[in-house]
Ligand binder design. Structure first.
Ligand SMILES: NC(=O)c1ccc[n+]([C@@H]2O[C@H](COP(=O)([O-])OP(=O)(O)OC[C@H]3O[C@@H](n4cnc5c(N)ncnc54)[C@H](O)[C@@H]3O)[C@@H](O)[C@H]2O)c1
Length: 378
């Protein structure tokens, strides 16, 4: 041993012990396996336990992650004093109960979207996390997408001018869920991005949707959000569509921006397009001209959003930071989901019916010509 090491003890020759979050991942289904892989490779994170109540899934991931304890019991995960944080990637109807139990056991919690199925439950979870001084983060993945960060920069930097409106489309054929409609399944992403980009919550919502495959479970929904400053947003989601689309369009007074998540490289396009309104001194009318300018393709970091998201959760625990998509963010999203749900299932007293004559079956062409012959000549 060197004289320095003798003098100062082993601390000098051993690297300082790195701070580390001891993590458990619960739910290893379609999405959980990705969350597990991402936490397992995150810096400062050690996946100590994996949990699923399907023994065959558990066995598969136990062989891939041999250093993690595998269990089918959620209770044993939250009872383990060597676990700091739990990722809950189970179906949405289980979120409230599992999050509540994990927070009550003193764990930090990452829960997949939607945070819960009711505003009351989301509110309870936020309050419990605050009381327990634990982090609660909701998996609003797109808030961690580098393209969304670029959109936020463009909007907040004023490059688009005043943002007038935006719309989003999240369409595909499948996955058809049985415990929630397409809006609860797909729209949390769109809602979280819209609230993040606009920096506010809507004051009015309306929607239309329809169920074709399962009674009472909408396969397609069009939702309209109105914001207090007059901006509007529309969300179109469907799991019964021929296209796979994940697109957002933002229209500003100076420029327009498109985020196409299906495009392999050109995720964001900024169009120098718009319409100018000029007052004409000699006329009470305005003159409106449209402008077609260049298209700009900003460079977008290719890092997977899930890796940015899981790294952010670990960083928030290690450095006592507030998660970007914390429980409050989850609550705001659930509030919109619940309002849209209530609108879809409201008593249809205010429905506007089309005038009956709009539905008259067209007469055959010969009959129309005959009728015309009988018209009085002008
Ligand atoms: N962020 C995203 O992009 C994204 C994508 C897909 C799904 N999700 C969300 O992830 C969550 C899970 O979705 P999924 O598609 O992976 O569902 P899934 O049904 O494929 O997987 C859920 C898993 O949870 C397990 N499970 C259920 N109850 C359990 C319990 N009590 N204890 C332990 N394990 C239990 C099931 O056995 C199953 O393996 C949902 O909230 C969904 O909305 C998020």
């Amino acid at each position: 041993m060197s004289s320095e090491a003798e003098q100062f003890g082993s601390a000098l020759i051993e690297p300082a012990r790195k701070k580390c979050v001891r993590m458990a991942v619960v739910g290893l289904g379609h999405w959980g396996k990705n969350v597990l892989r991402s936490f397992a490779t995150a810096d400062g994170c050690d996946v100590r336990a994996i949990c699923d109540d399907k023994p065959e899934l558990l066995a598969r991931y136990a062989s891939l992650y041999p250093s993690a304890r595998s269990t089918g019991s959620f209770q044993s995960v939250i009872d383990d004093p060597h676990t700091d944080a739990v990722a809950i990637v189970t179906p949405a109807p289980l979120h409230h109960e599992m999050v509540t139990r994990a927070l009550s056991a003193g764990k930090h919690v990452f829960v997949e979207k939607p945070a819960s199925l009711t505003v009351a439950h989301a509110q309870e979870m936020v309050e419990l996390a605050d009381r327990m001084h634990r982090k609660l983060m909701v998996g609003h993945l797109l808030e961690y997408h580098p393209a969304v960060a670029a959109m936020k920069e463009q909007i907040d930097g004023g490059h688009l001018g005043d943002v007038h409106y935006m719309y989003s489309q999240r369409l595909n054929l499948g996955i058809v869920r049985q415990s929630e409609n397409a809006f609860w399944s797909l729209a949390p992403h769109d809602i979280s991005v819209i609230l993040y980009l606009f920096g506010s919550e809507p004051d009015e919502v309306s929607a239309s949707g329809a169920s074709f495959l399962q009674n009472g479970i909408e396969d397609v929904v069009f939702a309209n959000l109105h914001f207090p400053d007059g901006r509007i947003a529309q969300i179109h989601v469907s799991w019964l569509d021929p296209h796979k689309a994940r697109k957002m369009v933002v229209v500003g007074s100076k420029k327009m921006m498109v985020f196409d998540d299906m495009h392999p490289s050109e995720k964001i396009r900024i169009f120098d397009k718009g319409a100018n309104v000029a007052d004409d001194a000699n006329s009470p009318l305005h003159s409106i001209t449209v402008r077609h300018g260049d298209i700009h393709l900003p460079h977008i970091d290719g890092r997977p959003p899930l890796d940015i998201e899981t790294a952010h959760f670990v960083d928030c625990i290690l450095n006592d930071r507030r998660p970007r998509s914390d429980g409050h963010d989850g609550l705001h999203v659930v509030r919109v989901l619940e309002q849209v749900e209530q609108y879809l299932h409201r008593p249809k007293v205010t429905q506007v019916r089309m005038p009956a004559k709009m539905f008259v079956t067209p007469q055959p062409r010969a009959a129309v010509l005959q009728d015309m012959e009988t018209l009085p000549q002008l």
